[in-house]
Design a protein around this ligand. Sequence first.
Ligand SMILES: Nc1ncnc2c1ncn2[C@@H]1O[C@H](COP(=O)(O)OP(=O)(O)O)[C@@H](O)[C@H]1O
Ligand SMILES: O=C(CO)[C@@H](O)[C@H](O)COP(=O)(O)O
Length: 474
Amino acid sequence: MTVRRLVAGVDCSTQATKVVVCDADTGAVLREGRAAHPDATEVDPQAWWQAWETASEGLLDGVEAISVGGQQHGMVLMDSAGTVVHPALLWNDTRSAGVTTELVDEFGGAAAWAAATGVVPVPSFTVTKLRWMRDFAADAAARAEAVALPHDWLTHRLAADRTGIEGLTTDRGDASGTGWWSAIDEDYRTDLVELAFGRSLALPRVAGPAELVGTTSTGARLAAGTGDNMAAALGLNLQPGDVAVSLGTSGTAFARGVAPTTDAAGLVAGFADATGGYLPLVCTLNAARVLSSTAALLGMDLAAFDEAALGSAGSDGLVLVPFLDGERTPDLPHSTGLIYGLTRATAVPSTMARAAVEGMLCGLADAVDALRTQGIPVERVLLLGGAARSRAVQALAPSLLGAPVVLPEPAEYVALGAARQAAWALSGAEAPPAWDVPVSKPEASILTDAEAATIRAHYASVLSKGEPLLSTPR
Ligand SMILES: Nc1ncnc2c1ncn2[C@@H]1O[C@H](COP(=O)(O)OP(=O)(O)O)[C@@H](O)[C@H]1O
Ligand SMILES: O=C(CO)[C@@H](O)[C@H](O)COP(=O)(O)O
């Protein structure tokens, strides 16, 4: 009789913690749990711990290894005892917008950052949050001795064999989103921590992709973990030519790369991945919540919203610029949403629903184009994340994104990727285990390529007309 080995993967993402327990050989999901996070852009990491405890309750019997995938960029500052000195500022917290330009300039501008680290800081990046702490939360900053990311912190909290800030670990994937780890040098740039914060901080050791880094109180081994997008890439087993478009709280478009990218325009972040390779990625601040907010505005649940968007004959020139939480790509942190083209004909719920889906997808279409500009081949888009469940999204995506779209079987791909990393670390093998990723075709496309081009042209024109409004603080 073969003995089944169990591994767990965790997704500590913006809106929730999700846990999957899988068969280490096949990846079959045997148990699942989930618990919500506070709806805020600064969060006490203790809330992630509570969500982990709730989401994993009753799931971990027999689990031999655990790995944590986490929302990227969040800043967790600790004192020497490991006590968090300020609520974590998350990736979607834009308060560091005011200090980002000066920080970029102090190092010689966008091109210098891109050449040194692979990224150009925007307010999402941890390095800008350190500068904000130095300037606007000096008391808490003075107590800080170490800085870590959400997945580093949760892994550390899970490790029963560590105390204080001793033994903190991260991985190259998540580290590459800080702004002080260089995907070009494969090393920390401690000078950039000092530049941003005014002094040095202890940084987590960068563990190898398949390393075991600790042990939990129940004896399960801990893998290194990684950023949520890196975990999703591992869960999806992305191949050359594949681009993942994830429609969660953030909208992301990413692909596996064989070399670091250095986009001085700052659209494509030159991240590392969780396997030793690279993960060029474009991220927007506005994806699934554009649909849920518009549905709430229209007094509809998500199912009714979807029907309305799908049933609409077209947006008829109504353009919804979806920057409800400010925007990161394009770099417009002070922006808000805009609605343009409202007439008596378009001021109807179904047209508004359609314009919201189109607006969100136009932002992601620009993201996919930015990858193309960096020479990333886009032969097939894998659509995932909560909003990929929307039939309207599925029906509009192929023409707007300009590529064939497939739907990986609905699953928590970040948690699955983390579980795959745990299985890899547990196996001691050269490569991650081969887990199958079934895909299906989406709803038939309801747009011609010409219609999609018109929608994207309207969107681009409203963006450029709205620029003065979008770039000014309210
Ligand atoms: N059918 C649907 N249509 C549109 N949005 C959906 C649908 N189902 C779930 N969502 C949205 O997906 C989001 C959660 O997606 P998820 O990928 O889990 O996000 P995150 O990883 O950022 O927490 C929520 O905002 C939810 O409203
Ligand atoms: O900032 C980024 C990527 O650079 C985001 O993708 C975060 O990693 C949060 O992801 P979700 O919670 O939306 O999955």
